[in-house]
Write a protein that binds this ligand. Structure first.
Ligand code: ADQ
Length: 406
């Protein structure tokens, strides 16, 4: 059987307001994650590992560092026609910026016309997970439906941030509610709801038709979850693909079903803590389904003067000197000096923490300096008074390049 032609479109234009100040001057999919990665590396690795090698990344806001990362880390051999290419808002169909995510695709319909695929994979860019997309594609093709939506059970208390799916035993979607205020629980588990992962596969003609219909709808927000998916559901042409059925090589019992939306500071912090436990909730060390990125050129991490780091992830180029670090992710080239204490924190590139400083449950963006003896995350009132963000769960965030005042 000849392999169907597939074009992947990654929606990478999200503003990421709830991740401020980490998205102050970078698009959400470009936010660093796990020391050496960017959020977008997870979806792009899933597509590449699934042998889907024609990928357009639709960018929008503050896309400079995202474009740079894609062109450095994701340059593919073009010999077989493979590519991962950033596509900025093109204003091809009128003098307007992208509106919702569906408008982003509508404005880039030329990509579909040029590639002429049988199926279009449309995935979000901001989630942490492993998925064999080929398995979802097979389920889509077998169903003969126009649209397949990937679904996962999430705690009902968090479910109003998601599209909620009501599907029958035959997987056909009966109802789809985008971000309902009071999400329904599941019949067999009232404290859980069945959520859309924001990952869709469409048969090409059905998608193109739905995009045209949506573009002519007077009140539409031109949003994939808000407008396009409900269109397919109302036409009886959408099914759910249960993420539980997806099997990725090398997955552990713990991380086989792992999927996190890291759209808020607390979720982003928690997902990092998931990386550092002894048996991680999400295992970055699965070499059978690697997460790809480009690494900085730096020597190995160095520990001097009895510097210790427990349950932590330390990137290249770091120097840990006579200090105790616990449950922390350190990005490349960070330095922590003697007698400093750092715990449950995330340090991005090139952070400096001086002697005797304390950093507790904090996120320090690139190039932050914590001078000798300064404290972050110890007194939230003091943190707020110095202009830092404190999340609802008490994680302090210091923005890019800030030298922490006393
Ligand atoms: P959200 O993530 O809140 O919910 P949205 O803000 O539209 O939805 O973002 C979806 C993806 O599209 C993100 O990767 C974002 O970066 C990108 N994006 C947004 N607007 C874009 C535009 N104009 N151009 C290009 N890219 C754009 C979605 C679904 C929910 C689902 C959750 C799961 O709508 O139904 O439950 O994802 O996280």
């Amino acid at each position: 059987m000849t392999r169907p032609k597939v074009l992947s479109i990654v929606l990478a234009g999200g503003e990421g307001k709830r991740l401020m100040p980490l998205t102050m001057d970078r698009a959400k999919p470009a936010v660093p994650f796990g020391g050496t990665y960017r959020l977008i590396d997870f979806v792009l690795s899933n597509l590449a590992n699934s042998d889907l090698t024609k990928t357009a990344v639709l960018t929008q806001y503050k896309s400079h560092s995202l474009d740079r990362h894609i062109s450095i880390a994701w340059r593919m051999s073009t010999m077989l026609g493979n590519y991962v290419t950033p596509v900025p808002a093109q204003q091809r169909l009128g003098p307007r910026w992208f509106q919702g995510s569906a408008d982003g695709i509508f404005q880039s319909l030329n990509l579909i016309n040029d590639e002429d695929p049988d199926y279009v994979v449309v995935f979000g860019a901001d989630n942490i997970y492993r998925m064999d997309v080929e398995q979802m594609l097979e389920a889509h093709i077998d169903s003969r439906m126009g649209c397949t939506v990937a679904g996962i059970r999430v705690p009902r208390k968090d479910a109003s941030a998601f599209g909620i799916i009501d599907a029958g035993e035959d997987h056909k979607i009966k109802e789809f509610l985008e971000k309902p205020a009071d999400p329904p629980g599941l019949p067999d588990s009232p404290d859980e709801s069945f959520a859309s992962m924001g990952n869709y596969i469409f048969s090409r003609d059905s998608l193109v038709q739905a995009l045209y219909d949506d573009s002519n709808a007077p009140d539409a927000r031109h949003d994939m979850g808000g407008d396009i998916i409900p269109r397919f559901v109302n036409a009886g042409d959408a099914q759910v693909y249960d993420f539980k059925d997806n099997q990725v090589p090398g997955a552990t019992e713990k991380d086989a079903d792992y999927w996190r939306d890291v759209g808020t500071i607390d979720a982003y912090h928690e997902a990092h803590m998931d990386l550092v436990s002894v048996e991680p909730e999400f295992n970055l060390y699965n070499t059978e389904w690697p997460i790809w990125t480009s690494q900085v050129q730096a020597p190995g991490a160095k520990f001097v003067m009895r510097g210790t780091c427990d349950d932590s992830l330390v990137s290249a180029g770091c120097i840990i000197s006579g200090t105790d670090i616990y449950r922390t992710v350190l990005g490349p080239r960070s330095r922590v000096e003697r007698w400093a204490r750092v715990d449950e924190s995330i340090l991005m590139n090139n952070v400096r923490i001086g002697a005797n400083a304390t950093v507790h449950r904090a996120i320090l963006d690139k190039n932050v300096v914590v001078p000798d003896g300064a404290q972050v995350g110890v007194n939230h009132e003091h943190d707020r008074a110095r202009g830092f963000t404190v999340s609802p769960a008490g994680v302090t965030v210091v923005g890019k390049g800030v030298t922490v005042p006393y």
